[in-house]
Design a protein around this ligand. Structure first.
Ligand code: AMP
Length: 429
């Protein structure tokens, strides 16, 4: 019986997800390392939280009426028929972690950083993906405008230290839930009167989550909002004074900002201070590199004590796009510094030399397979290495090997004892 060969089918990655390869990986890892180093320096050590949680956690915290919960979550039932969801954001998981481990017992505020992939079934475009990556911080447990300022300043310092210049910090306050409830009634009334025949999207927003109408792109709505009631005008004394103290703190820290009345952000748990870091290099629909805000009821809603929190999340992909646009992406070295070639029956000594170099921490590759010296040099050029070590039979009999500087083409001989030192001189230069 003849066996049929399996049919070959090429399966590509699903829409909205992508691979990170080569120099991009190096830049990505570097960005992440720098973020967690900055966060640790400010007293926000990293915690690792899971990629999926009970669906209910996100429904309750992010909010049933939000776009994320209504349209964008990757929700599935596991084998025990429990509803689980791939995390669309990190704050809900961080708060769950805080409550589950009674971290309020470890001293307040509890400050921590997190990062990793997030999942939202969004319309895919540049800067908007279905699996994307965020890192962020949370500070839970103390109601002090100075803590808002610290969190905002941390994100600002990180982005500025990357070398980004075209940055704007937008800040706003959305007050307490009861203040917002008063405001949304007046707002919905105003918009409906000013714009007859509202776009169905905006009508839906007014029905489900009226504050989101402030994000409308309909020019008629934008115009109506410009002359409409402002949330700030309905705030009570406490909310006003908190916001005033945050702005004073930013002034004192020398951080420039713009107050943006329309900055409400898309998640229900926010109260009081909201903020966003916008880049002038990105399209306006995707110009937020990150953002965050204060959340007053979230810890309690997740079964914990009534403690406030504040945090932000930054988008890795968008930061890298902004760095590229501003021409500040770091140069990335080749994947190795040295490649060891061999001619004739010298594969074994070549591997020994490579092993010694690796042991000494020199990034080293070897050539596999039985290839001509010409083919090996071609591979050496592609590898990005600075130096090729050529191990030849006759050279080995004399106890020497050849080093070739792959940038200049210059060749020299080294003894087996001096090879490491000579290489370090070239690659250290
Ligand atoms: P959010 O969690 O919606 O407040 O978003 C915070 C940051 O995460 C945004 O400013 C973006 O940088 C990034 N982000 C959010 N959604 C996406 C997405 N679908 N694709 C890429 N980045 C995203």
């Amino acid at each position: 019986m003849s066996k049929l060969a399996p049919v070959s089918i090429r399966i590509s990655a699903p829409k909205g997800v992508y691979d990170v390869i080569g120099a991009d990986t190096v830049r990505w890892d570097d960005l992440e390392t720098r973020f967690f180093e900055t966060a640790a320096t400010w007293g926000y050590p990293r915690v690792r939280i899971p990629v999926f949680e009970h669906t209910e956690l996100f429904v309750r915290s992010v909010g049933e009426a939000t776009d994320i919960v209504r349209k964008e979550m990757y929700t599935f039932s596991d084998r025990g028929d429990r509803s689980l969801t791939l995390r669309p954001e990190g704050t809900a998981g961080m708060v769950r972690c805080f409550v589950e481990h009674s971290l309020d017992q470890t001293g307040l505020p509890w400050k921590a950083a997190y990062g990793g992939p997030m999942f939202r079934a969004e319309n895919v475009q540049r800067g908007r993906y279905r699996q994307f990556h965020q890192f962020g911080v949370e500070a839970i447990g103390v109601d002090d405008p100075a803590l808002d300022v610290e969190v905002i300043a941390l994100g600002w310092a990180f982005l500025r230290h990357l070398g980004l210049v075209e940055l704007t910090l937008l800040v706003n306050t959305i007050g307490r839930p009861e203040e917002r409830a008063r405001y949304v009634d007046v707002l919905a009334d105003h918009v409906r009167k000013a714009v007859p025949g509202l776009d169905p999207d905006d009508e839906e927003r007014l029905e489900l989550n009226p504050l989101r109408v402030l994000d409308s792109r309909d020019p008629r709505v934008v115009e109506a909002l410009a002359t409409g009631p402002r949330l700030r005008d309905v705030l009570g004394d406490e909310s006003r004074s908190h916001f005033g103290a945050v702005l004073d703190g930013l002034d004192a820290a020398g951080i420039p900002y713009e107050v943006d009345d329309t900055l409400v952000r898309g998640l229900d748990y926010y109260t009081s201070t909201t903020f966003e870091y916008a880049s002038g290099t990105l399209d306006s629909a995707q110009n937020a590199l990150g953002g965050g805000g204060h959340y007053d009821g979230l810890v309690e809603m997740c079964g914990g004590p009534p403690l406030p929190g504040i945090g932000f999340a930054l988008g890795v992909e968008r930061i890298l796009i902004a760095c590229e646009s501003e021409g500040i992406l770091a140069e990335v070295r080749g994947k190795v510094d040295v490649i060891v070639l061999h001619v004739g029956e010298t594969a074994e000594p070549a591997r020994r030399i490579a092993a010694e170099l690796r042991e000494a921490g020199v990034r080293t590759d070897v050539v596999f397979g039985n290839r001509s010296l010409k083919a090996q040099f071609k591979q050496a050029d592609r590898s990005g290495a600075r130096v090729a070590v050529v191990v030849g039979e006759r050279d080995m009999e004399r106890g020497v090997i050849t080093l070739r500087d792959l940038d200049t083409g210059e060749q020299s001989e080294a003894t087996l004892d001096s090879v490491r030192q000579e290489i370090e001189e070239v690659i250290g230069s």
